[in-house]
Design a protein around this ligand. Structure first.
Ligand SMILES: *Cc1c(COP(=O)(O)O)cnc(C)c1O
Length: 291
């Protein structure tokens, strides 16, 4: 496996960064998870745009312009001969001293691109649906660390994941500081009620997921009314269908929330239709490359 590291494609065993990198010391950096499907990189421009937005917000400079970063992603895929892949782009502040001051990092950011296979959940979970549980850790409040920044500082989400796993669940439902539904640890959440689709607005401690946006687009094309609206746990409990979205997980049906059965207790019809449409989109939209 070859890893892109600051402009070079190096062997996995040589892909090393400094222990003084502020990405390592402080989670001071940003990232993206991207997927390629059969030689097409899905929503590459959107992911690169979001990486630049996250970086801009934390005053982090990307050593490559957008177009060059897109090329670097494709180069990494080609080098590894991967037609189907999960790509991780990591941009960190680089090596500084032991203090917090980012000026000590001297503008030598670390840019890493890893292309590999990923199978987040077993296939049968997508057929049977998942059970999730609300956890005590609330999603970061935007005034402290805005969830729109896809940062390397992922402890908020990891704490939530630990709480879910400790209770025997694979995924955690996180609420915002007001008690409204925010998102899961690395996925956005949707419900279907009365044939209409609802997801929390991006201002409510929710990352604006690219899969989320894709699902909203798909639903509009299917003439399903969509709402970006605050949701309570009660509204989840009484929904007809529920599902999660994210680049790595794709679309995961949810059939139980905090012990409450959702709808029939099986993945819903709208959910299944949207899953199929999403799969079709990944087969035709995207930046093409050959391995
Ligand atoms: C990346 C991420 C998502 C999903 O976003 P996609 O762009 O669909 O991959 C949702 N929530 C969090 C916290 C994330 O980091």
């Amino acid at each position: 496996m070859k890893i892109y590291l600051n402009g070079k494609l190096v062997d996995k065993n040589d892909a090393k960064i400094s222990v003084f990198d502020h990405g390592y010391l402080y989670g001071d950096g940003v990232f993206e998870g991207i997927r390629a499907y059969d030689g097409l990189v899905f929503k590459l421009k959107e992911h690169v745009d979001r990486l630049f937005e996250s970086a801009h917000s934390i005053m982090l400079h990307c050593p490559l312009p957008k177009k060059e970063l897109e090329k670097a992603v494709i180069k990494t895929l080609k080098k590894n001969k991967l037609k189907d892949a999960y790509i991780r782009v990591v941009l960190s502040r680089g090596a500084g001293d032991l203090g917090l001051d980012p000026r000590k990092c001297k503008g030598q950011e670390t840019l890493v691109i890893i292309a590999d296979k990923i199978n987040l959940y077993p296939r049968e979970l997508y057929q049977k649906g998942m059970e999730i549980i609300t956890v005590p850790t609330v999603r970061n409040i935007p005034e402290a660390l805005n969830p729109q920044i896809k940062s390397l500082n992922y402890l908020n989400n990891i704490l939530a994941k630990i709480e879910a796993v400790n209770c025997g669940y694979q995924e955690a439902l996180m609420l915002d500081h007001l008690g409204y539904v925010a998102e899961c640890t690395g996925d956005n959440i949707f419900v279907v009620k009365g044939g209409e689709l609802y997801t929390p607005p991006q201002c409510m401690g929710t990352l604006r997921g690219i899969t989320r946006d894709t699902v909203l687009e798909i639903a509009k094309k299917m003439k399903i009314p969509t709402h970006e609206h605050v949701l309570t746990r009660h509204e989840l409990f009484i929904s007809d269908e529920c599902f999660l979205t994210g680049t790595a997980a794709e679309i995961v049906p949810v059939v139980r929330v905090d012990g409450r059965t959702i709808g029939s207790g099986h993945p819903g019809t709208h959910t299944k239709k949207i899953m199929r449409r999403f799969q079709q989109a990944t087969k035709k939209d995207g930046v093409k490359y050959t391995v």
